[in-house]
Design a binder for this molecule. Structure first.
Ligand SMILES: *Cc1c(COP(=O)(O)O)cnc(C)c1O
Length: 365
């Protein structure tokens, strides 16, 4: 393993790379934030300077995604996984049901968690048989009449699949886990009743989750909801019901402003498509590597690929590490490789990966 004096290209699925500009800005302000004489990390969450950080971050996010006023934008602790419990508790009453599309590990976990509290929740798709390579077409016809919502994972981090087009439903509101792709592509927020994302893939440090929800479509249930999972309560308190992950919110703010400075989601989406095309198009012409995901379902964020001969996997990963290309090992149940190329991965990182793969193919293939 090499020793690096500069930063490497980190292809980890999450926590993942953050934009260098954001890290530098945070470094410059680290000891003394805007003449406060302290770090954001040391600042009271009730302090005006922190309130501005919080307000600015939500303002920037609303602008990036054109979030309508009737949607609440709330920061939650507990990672994306806490929402697997929070969503059913906020949206279902006893005995009620919702439909889940199990397109991977995360959707399956969300379904299992909801089922603990609401045994009637249903699965409308299970991709297990296809090794989760498929993405269902979800239409009103397959949604159950009594479903209170339809739950999807928009981008399947582990399997490298995504919904190229989102379902458009009349029968039930759509709820989406967008942890591994929020802010990477254009989005019609109004098509969803809830969108949530853990920060550590595309937004900031781990442990912080963003929830965007339509306040008009939040039901009032008459069972108790734990305070830190209660959408209405957390929203009413402006994400400050208790001490939020303040430093993570600060980094998220810097990431949102970085995105706005770049030109917003349209520019980012185009860049992401270019980066993904660079990698997939090489893999598709390679005689050593192949991508198992059907073209129509391929993620632009998590590129999953394999070698025909897995005996060379170790050699490939060691060589990559030595070349400053880190975090390429596939998820344990999937094997092979996964290059996570979120917003913060520069095109130069993908180019370096493709060069390395070409050279590996030439010399070892
Ligand atoms: C990473 C991930 C999660 C889990 O996030 P935590 O913050 O660890 O709870 C959930 N959903 C998706 C789609 C993910 O990629």
């Amino acid at each position: 393993m090499g020793t690096f004096t500069s930063r490497i290209f980190n292809f980890n699925a999450g926590p993942a790379m953050l934009p260098a500009e954001v890290m530098e800005k945070a470094q410059g302000e680290f000891l003394n934030y805007q003449n406060s004489g302290m770090s954001v990390m040391e600042m009271s969450h009730r302090e005006a300077k922190f309130q501005s950080i919080l307000d600015d971050s939500i303002f920037a996010l609303r602008k990036l995604l054109s979030i309508p006023d009737r949607y609440g934008v709330v920061y939650f602790p507990g990672g994306a996984t806490l929402q697997f419990s929070a969503i059913p508790l906020n949206y279902l009453a006893e005995g009620e049901s919702a439909d889940f599309a199990q397109t991977g590990v995360w959707a399956t976990k969300a379904h299992a968690e909801a089922k603990k509290f609401y045994p009637n929740v249903q699965s409308i798709f299970d991709g297990k048989e296809s090794g989760y390579m498929e993405i269902p077409e979800i239409t009103d016809e397959i949604v159950h009449d009594h479903a209170k919502y339809v739950y999807i994972t928009s981008n399947n981090t582990i399997y490298g699949t995504r919904y190229a087009k989102f379902p458009k439903l009349k029968k039930a509101p759509l709820i989406a886990d967008m942890t591994s792709e929020l802010l990477s592509r254009k989005l019609d927020v109004e098509n969803f009743s809830v969108i949530f994302a853990g920060a550590q893939k595309n937004i900031g440090p781990s442990g912080l989750t963003i929830v965007i929800y339509d306040k008009d479509r939040l039901p009032s249930v008459n069972h108790p909801i734990p305070n830190l999972m209660n959408y209405a309560l957390m929203e009413k308190n402006g994400s400050l019901y208790n001490t939020p992950p303040t430093f993570s919110i600060y980094i998220a703010k810097l990431v949102f402003q970085w995105l706005l400075d770049k030109g917003g989601i349209d520019v980012m989406e185009k860049e992401n498509e270019e980066k993904a095309a660079l990698l997939y198009s090489y893999i598709d012409t390679s005689s050593l590597f192949h991508a198992p995901v059907p073209k129509s379902n391929r993620s632009t964020m998590n590129v999953v690929y394999r070698m025909k001969n897995s005996d060379l996997d170790k050699l490939f990963l060691e060589g990559a590490e030595a070349a400053g290309l880190s975090g390429l090992k596939g998820y344990r149940d999937v094997g092979g490789f996964r290059a996570s190329i979120y917003n913060a991965m520069p095109k130069a990182g993908v180019e370096a990966l493709v060069s390395y793969m070409k050279e590996f193919e030439r010399t070892k293939g």
